[in-house]
Design a protein around this ligand. Structure first.
Ligand SMILES: Cc1cc2nc3c(=O)[nH]c(=O)nc-3n(C[C@H](O)[C@H](O)[C@H](O)COP(=O)(O)OP(=O)(O)OC[C@H]3O[C@@H](n4cnc5c(N)ncnc54)[C@H](O)[C@@H]3O)c2cc1C
Length: 526
């Protein structure tokens, strides 16, 4: 098989006619072509008067060696097969947390015949959707099942973006499995794939069903709260559910509890588990009209039926050494209430597969380093986050209304009094507040300076009517649970800190990759 990359095609191209592309554009003789499949598709909008697609195709043909010489940008490819060893176990490994890291760890262990037991503090996805809807409609926050906690983890109520900065062969396998479990087939070839919260919910459910079919045991509303060791190695874990406290004897635990399980960080610290401080970022969500972002990115091609809502990525390095950058951009998406603790407010962004909501949003973040925490306590970054979230809760009026301000007013240092063209999407409610009431000065200063710069890069980014919603405080983990080369905790044998909460991933795909790596490490130890 050979891959031909970097082929320019117009927006109106008929993707059902890839063979035609091979005959006409690549001049491959009709009789030698056996099969062709799309392997990558991206939008090139660098020149606003010539927006088009750039694609790669994977071709099986007679005389591939000759084609390799004849075609520009052609290279041989081999499909990667993910091999899973088969094992028999006396004691099941335990996976704590059923977010992307825990799900893919459990899947690999189940495929290996290791019969994992999964403990997830939140609800199954259908019950979780009800809890989240209730909270967004002004009901009570369920601290155990919300946008951070529950089946599918933090990613379930997300944009479901599958872009990642890491390179790892396992990513192909993750995308393939996600498609098998119901994700749209296009994620296998889009340069910037995304699933959307609606399709993610079914995908996650189907993955769970497969784990159970393969002998795994998935327990919801089962909160991990402790473990025992002997000679420095894990011997059991304990958890609590509606029926009381339970113990599971085990030699291997994958701890994939995410960055919001602050009680888990505290428990590990009390048990002297080796952890360290880590950089993260804090800021606000910025919301524009989707039509304005589409126009700024696609020019006159905005609204073309072949184009989806436009995304962007911006970064500004400020003179004081700080950086302001956009993160987790959600085209045609919504700002969501992402709190998981009572009396603390956090926001994030999500979208549906269609990405057709009125607004587009992204996080506008400033990097925060241990020097900002004012303490060398390993959990100081977490306490820093908590303090900001508490202030945001109070600034919003203590009923989970999010503090908001218009960009124009923020730049002029005055409180907003009414919305302009952009209506905020956050629910249940919002309240006009000065960001200085809940964010440290250096973050406000950096955002202010950076927005103006960003407006020079994307027309209208500094639109006075754009809405800033706070506070985006959970962009990544404030803590790293240190592990050795075998991926075990430096303090506890058989304990595998995993995924974003452990500080080894940032996003759905990298968390899933880390879950697979930890499962492989457990299989080597069994
Ligand atoms: C609203 C939102 C939108 C996002 N959008 C994107 C996106 O588009 N693309 C992207 O790549 N990333 C996105 N992210 C980030 C992404 O979701 C995370 O990086 C990813 O989910 C981390 O995976 P994880 O498995 O390490 O942890 P998590 O997903 O946080 O999963 C941890 C799980 O552990 C469970 N848990 C915690 N404590 C316990 C306990 N004591 N006992 C039992 N279970 C426990 C939790 O309930 C949770 O289900 C988004 C995050 C949010 C909140």
């Amino acid at each position: 098989m050979i891959r031909v990359s970097n082929i320019k095609v117009p927006l109106g191209f008929n993707f059902g006619d890839l063979k035609g592309l091979c005959f006409r554009q690549l001049k491959i003789p009709e009789k030698s072509l056996i099969s062709v499949k799309l392997s990558r598709k991206s939008v090139d909008a660098r020149r606003k008067n010539d927006v088009h697609f750039i694609v790669s195709v994977d071709i099986v043909a007679k005389g591939e060696q000759k084609l390799l010489k004849q075609l520009k940008n052609a290279a041989p490819i081999e499909e990667f097969t993910y091999e899973i060893p088969q094992v028999t176990v006396e004691k099941s490994p335990v996976v704590v947390g059923f977010g992307p890291a825990g799900m893919f760890a459990a899947l690999v262990l189940a495929m290996a015949g290791a019969k994992p037991i999964v403990l997830e503090r939140g609800q199954d996805v259908d019950s979780r959707v009800k809890s989240v809807k209730n909270f967004q409609s002004g009901g009570m926050l369920n601290p155990e099942s919300n946008v951070q906690f529950g089946e599918g983890g933090a990613g379930t109520f997300s944009d479901g973006k599958l872009t990642t900065g890491i390179k790892d062969k396992r990513i192909q396998t993750i995308l393939k499995w996600l498609v098998e479990f119901g994700a749209p087939e296009e994620i296998a070839y889009l340069a910037k794939p995304h699933i959307g919260t609606d399709k993610l919910r079914d995908t996650v459910k189907n993955l769970r069903k497969r784990v159970i079919e393969l002998g795994g045991d998935v327990r919801f509303e089962a909160k991990f709260d402790g473990y025992t060791t002997d000679n420095g190695c894990i011997t059991s874990v304990s958890y609590t559910d509606s029926e009381g406290s339970h113990t599971i004897e085990t030699d291997n635990v994958i701890l994939a509890t995410g960055h919001s399980a602050r009680d888990v960080f505290e428990m590990l610290h009390d048990k002297n588990v080796d952890m360290s401080q880590k950089n993260f970022a804090v800021g606000m969500r910025i919301e524009h009209l989707r039509s304005c972002i589409d126009k700024a990115m696609y020019g006159d091609f905005a609204g073309h039926p072949a184009l989806k809502a436009a995304d962007y990525k911006l970064a500004i390095h400020l003179p004081d050494g700080r950086a302001l950058y956009t993160f987790c951009m959600c085209p045609g998406g919504e700002v969501v209430a992402a709190s998981s603790e009572e009396g603390r407010l956090a926001v994030n962004g999500m979208s549906y597969f269609a990405r057709d909501s009125v607004n587009s949003n992204s996080a506008l973040l400033v990097n925060v380093t241990p020097e900002d925490f004012g303490s060398d306590h390993p959990l100081a970054g977490m306490y820093f986050q908590r303090e900001i979230e508490e202030k945001a809760f109070i600034a919003g009026g203590t009923d989970y209304s999010a503090p908001v301000i218009l960009v124009g007013d923020f730049l002029e240092d005055r409180l907003s009094v009414e919305f302009g063209r952009v209506q905020p999407s956050y629910r249940p409610k919002v309240k006009f507040t000065m960001p200085q009431d809940y964010l440290p000065d250096f973050i406000c200063r950096s955002i202010k300076a950076g927005i103006v710069e960003m407006g020079r890069k994307i027309k209208g980014f500094d639109d006075k009517d754009a809405v800033l919603t706070g506070v985006e405080s959970r962009s990544s983990s404030p803590v790293r649970i240190n592990r050795g080369e075998n991926l075990e905790s430096l303090s506890v044998g058989g304990l595998f800190p995993c995924g974003e909460g452990a500080g080894y991933a940032g996003g759905i795909v990298s968390a899933a990759v880390d879950g697979m790596k930890c499962a492989e490490a457990v299989l080597r130890r069994i």
